[in-house]
Ligand binder design. Sequence first.
Ligand SMILES: [Zn+2]
Length: 113
Amino acid sequence: MKYCPECGSEYFDEISNCTGCNVDLVSSSDWERIVKERQSEDDEVFVNIKTLENQFEADVIKDILEKNGIPVLVKSFRDTSFDGIFESQKGWGVIMVPDEFRKRANAVIKNIK
Ligand SMILES: [Zn+2]
């Protein structure tokens, strides 16, 4: 089998390009590698380390973490892209850092209080 690297459709070996995406197909081993690579990229997503009470708290913590060299992402529950997902959540939003910074970020936050 061959696979389209764009849409992931399966094709018979005789076919060499995806009609939908107009790209060359890859072998199944190449496709597996591509899938794995995409998964490992996803692993680097930010993790939620703290629920925030308000915008003020968000700004304070973000500022301190950034001064400590930690990449920070603040997500407000009011953000429309979170529509529905956090409806039952309490608080204003969450603060997120890359997984590898989690310990350091938690230590920094502890010292704030
Ligand atoms: Zn395709």
